[in-house]
Design a protein around this ligand. Sequence first.
Ligand SMILES: [Zn+2]
Ligand SMILES: [Zn+2]
Length: 478
Amino acid sequence: METMKKTALSYIDQAAAFFTELSDEIWGCAELSLKEFKSTALYVEKLKELGFTVTENLGGIKTSFCGSFGSGRPVIGILGEFDALDGLSQKAGCTEPDPLVPGGSGHGCGHNLLGAGSLAAAAAVKKYLEATGKPGTVIFYGCPGEEGGAGKAFLAREGVWKALDAAVSWHPGSANQVTSGSNTSSIQVLYNYKGIAAHAAGNPHIGRSALDAVELMNIGVQFLREHMTSDCRIHYAVTDAGGISPNVVQSRASVLYMVRANRVADAVGLLKRVDKIAEGAALMTDTTYERVFIDGTADVLPNYTLEKLLFANMEAVELPSYTAEDQALAEALKKTYPSSGIKGLDVCSDEAVREQIIAMSNNGQKAINDFLCPHFSCEEHFPGSTDVGDVSWLTPTAQISAVCWPSGVPGHSWQIVACGKSPLAHKGMLYAAKVMAGAVIDLLNDPETLAAARAEFEKRSASGYVCPIEPDAVPIAL
Ligand SMILES: [Zn+2]
Ligand SMILES: [Zn+2]
């Protein structure tokens, strides 16, 4: 490894306390999507302390910001998230469910680590730019509302990602691997129906039922399901049934729809058909309705060139080693959930690679997957959605996963919150930071790889980005 690059990466070890303390503080904030005000203030303060030029209120979102350093091209973005999940409050290090704040929120997706690790990577790249005087700009993005709100998709609509030459990110997980493949596009719309309340026995002819409209809409969509491509999914939740009195004609009722397709353009098309059914339900029941766009995310465009670069850095950076305490925590947590297979296989349809991972994980028995999964790139669409997809349609983008919790732990769980402040989690975060910083430094020095990543991106995105965020939509904190 080049000496200057090595020095920049060693900064992450030297400043480890700074970034782990930040992660722990964000863990304590545990703020929900688009309400991350304390976390944002903390990041802005830290970015300034580190010498970044800060832009607040990025894209008009109050909890969105970025910090940049350097000048000229290439311009590389490192994405950070920092929102938490409702109802997942849990005491750190405690290996049985025990909320810190009953009913409170918690970092059940590890975004406390995600943001702080990405900032550490950006800070190391800044050190490199300062030491070498090379041209290039690194930007850390504080991306709000990943769990709900699709912050990055709203920023995409505002043109934020187009300016980048490439972007990298990571997600805490239970396997060290490059994240390949794609996710589904997903769009959410709320339909609020209004009718006329009336005595259900005495004056039913006067009443107009909003609940009937919701039921008819659901039936209409049920028939639509037969006539869509097999990659599509339509989910719904009745968020307001209009009350608990059957002897009242319900004058209000609401249903929240989530429409998915492999490709964002198809999801947008499918949503138009759902809209027609919504209108039909209003016509049938003589009610009115208000359509509220909530959020949407595009599918992810993989970038094999960047994936290869990230893997090379995953190999070059030393993997964390674990103490008896790390092992004990992982073992104790692993006992609290049923085994759900070997993580790292979920993005791997290659039989040979699967065999290797099975062997390395000791057939899924290891509590900590202390190894690097073999490199594997693929085109498959995996269930679930991420707003990283919207970044990937506008600039070459790739991500990794790093071990921050025990093998097979369920996503969005109290176990993840319990682990979120542990040395086990910190080690994964610092590893991910070094890998991302290493890859960005390589991109600063290697215009050919950057050009190859761009050429691959142009090919994959040739059909053009269809932004799932509607022109007049505003981010809504649910
Ligand atoms: Zn999540
Ligand atoms: Zn997440």
